[in-house]
Design a protein around this ligand. Sequence first.
Ligand code: SAM
Length: 447
Amino acid sequence: MTFLQTVLKELQANVAKLETALSTAGDGAPPHLFEAQPYAPLDNDEASPPWAAFELIDKIRLDLKAVEAAVTPTSKLYLTTVFAANKSAALSTVAVLGVTDAIDKLGGQASLADIAAEVGTNPQKLGRILRLVAGEYIYREVAPDVFANTRHSLGLRKETKAYHFLKFSASEGGAASAVLCKNLLDVKTKDSYKPEDAPFAQSVSNGKAFYDFVSQPAQAEMLQNITEGVVPWLNRTTRSPLLLDYPWGELGSARVIDVGCGPADSGFDILQKYPKLTWVLQDLPHMIELVKTLVPPVLADRVKSGDISFQVQDYFEPNPARGDVWYLRGVIREYDDADALKVLENVVAAMRETKGARLVLNEVFCASPAIVADSGIADAPSQHLPYEQSSLYELANLITWNTYALFGGKERTYRDTVALLEAAGLQVTKFYKFRTFTANIECVVRE
Ligand SMILES: C[S@@+](CC[C@H](N)C(=O)[O-])C[C@H]1O[C@@H](n2cnc3c(N)ncnc32)[C@H](O)[C@@H]1O
């Protein structure tokens, strides 16, 4: 069998398995594409697809890309890849313009002239953008110059607030990415993981670290957009797996120390679903003051009872807290190995004071699409997709480069992370893969 036929055979088998796995979800119907309604088993961020289905998604996508790459001339592969930034701008633009709402208002499908009049732009230019996005099956051209919503355009309605995230990523994220090459070669920045050396600081903020820049009075609008739009929308895409794919319930009434808690949205979500847990929120003074104001009203009584408490704690200093679970989400990604090790060593020293204490690390793990030793392999790339890494391999890598471009930091592979944890005196007990691009590593102190 030829390579293409081998991949197609694998694809066919995996699509059949996917349909079977999805037959128990939603109303049991297989995925649709052109209808203007969400496909609930896959598109509902408040739930997660069944595991068996989720595991097939990456395999199918990887093999589809293999087919696409195999039939594409090299220069055309470069051109479509390098111009993908235009797709980013197009998606952000239709979201900001409110094209989905306009089509809704015009009855579910409408001419370019009517959509353009509704959103206040030029129909010819809008058509060119919409065709780019329709190539991703977001919108459908139902007749020449007539566009309709599809399953994938509904998430762009203004009420979803997706446009905050899409606009920010395409504009500030795009500007930062544009200087990536300079950032990788400049002697000051190439080996640095500090936020003031990130591409964003070289392109947008005149040398200021991201949060120092957006905290300035002149950037108040950007900060508000980030805290009220960008971050909540992104967090929604990981919330359900974080709650369901790690056995928080088995921790019973454990005391959790949330190190570098930030706005603590994940802690507050976990506490609402697993009310027996008690939770200590640790961060620097300004963040502790802020997080006190962010406690959801349903948890107010738990603050009063002391089940949820706040501690100012610098994680580079010895940690006097005592707890059964030490939870670090997106903390060590901020640092190079030497600083990450300092943070972990302080946690390990405190963990030694509580028998059986465990550390739960929630991160994005850089992912390999496929590790293929031999050319002329007799199977499909999806059969070489490594396990110990973030799910959604492509999205995980896009996200880690995006966070690097904005904030610097060192996002790691699973192997890099395990080496760091072991250097800090920890022993990994389990890797919890999630149905999203983050995952948990659980460890205990090595005896
Ligand atoms: C990337 S954020 C992660 C926040 C949170 N864990 C989350 O998942 O949203 C890192 C957090 O570490 C805090 N932080 C930075 N330096 C710190 C330090 N030296 N000691 C304690 N917290 C610190 C920041 O204020 C910020 O809230």
